[in-house]
Design a protein. Structure first.
Length: 328
């Protein structure tokens, strides 16, 4: 726990730098940067290090300063199902996030093996996501981008929400009223997909519904052959739920996937309680879950602490060298 003031002044931290870490493996790569498995030289601890190129951030979004201040908020977040941001620092050309390493890899990598999760296992992971989102909302943070690649498993097999899409930078349109959304849209709420800039926490409850649908059936509810048709389906298509889902699953999905945010389950001041009390979660002991006293359905196999076998080899096979010239 971060020492409280009564423990006396916190010792000043020497400014951290990339040289404090050994790069072990690449575990993620995107338009704006990379994520590495790293070892902290001083403590031998393993972390996920997200490296973002300032040049690509500044070009596409709000300035680096406001992005950096967002990190300060994230450093204060401490929750069992949200990956911890331990440190954040920058050099002339890059931003660095030192994150808790979720060694289990993406939850959906394990889903791919089983293709569909049982309703009981789905309820376990969905309930952990409910607690993580409830915590973010209590801090005034809307996650906005709940989707499979942001849901990782920790070493014990609990779901953890990873860093907060600081690398996903929605393109600001010229009129400042709408956003052109980038990346996966299948999990986004209709009000986000049609580019509205004023939306509330209920966008996260829609995305939770899409993720639950994906866990139970093997795919999101609104998919089409191209982006435009997918957007149209999200905005207009009737929700068709497979016959094999239980009544409780169908009822929960029907209420989370309501296009009107004010009619969506989870809306309103204590809306999250309406989700927690839904019959789909009737077997969940929320207190034990929050205390990580419930046994996860899958315990990720790890042959050794530094193994990256739960990560896609398209990343882990990449050379770990950082581009030598800082400016690239
Ligand atoms: C930009 C460029 C490349 C990216 N790869 C990611 C993924 C990589 C895998 N992630 C994590 N894996 C393990 N522990 C983790 N702790 N925190 C994250 C994490 C999740 C994020 N996000 C990116 C953004």
């Amino acid at each position: 726990r971060t020492p409280s003031p009564s423990n006396g002044p916190r010792k000043p931290r020497r400014k951290m730098s990339p040289d404090d870490f050994d790069l072990l493996k690449v575990i993620g790569r995107g338009a704006y940067g990379k994520v590495y498995l790293v070892r902290h030289r001083a403590t031998q601890a393993l972390y996920a290090m997200k490296v973002l190129k300032k040049a690509s951030i500044v070009v596409h979004s709000k300035d680096t300063e406001s992005t950096m201040s967002e990190r300060k908020i994230l450093e204060a977040i401490r929750h069992p199902f949200i990956v911890k941001l331990h440190f954040a620092f920058q050099t002339d050309h890059r931003l660095y996030l030192i994150l808790e390493y979720a060694s289990g890899g993406e939850l959906f990598t394990h889903l791919a093996t089983e293709r569909m999760f049982s309703e009981e296992n789905t309820a376990f992971y969905a309930a952990q996501l409910v607690l993580a989102l409830e915590h973010l909302h209590s801090l005034g943070i809307i996650y906005r981008d709940l989707k499979p690649e942001n849901i990782m498993l920790d070493a014990e097999g609990n779901a953890v929400l990873t860093d907060f899409g600081l690398s996903k930078v929605p393109l600001e349109s010229s009129d400042g009223r709408t956003n052109t959304v980038c990346g996966t849209i299948e999990y986004m709420a209709p009000e986000v997909v049609c580019g509205k800039v004023h939306y509330d926490r209920t966008v996260d409850w829609w995305s939770l519904g899409v993720v639950i649908h994906d866990m139970l059936t093997g795919s999101p509810p609104f998919v089409a052959s191209n982006r435009k048709k997918t957007m149209d389906a999200i905005l207009n298509k009737k929700l068709n739920l497979p016959y094999y889902l239980s009544q409780d699953a169908k009822d929960l999905l029907g209420k989370l996937l309501r296009r009107a945010p004010s009619a969506r389950l989870g809306t309103g001041p204590n809306g999250v309680d309406n989700i927690k009390n839904h019959r789909f979660f009737r077997k969940i002991d929320w207190k034990k879950l929050a205390a990580r006293q419930l046994e996860p359905p899958i315990v990720p196999f790890l042959s050794e602490p530094e193994s990256v076998e739960n990560f896609d080899s398209k990343f882990t096979m990449l050379p770990v060298v950082e581009s030598p010239i800082e400016t690239r």
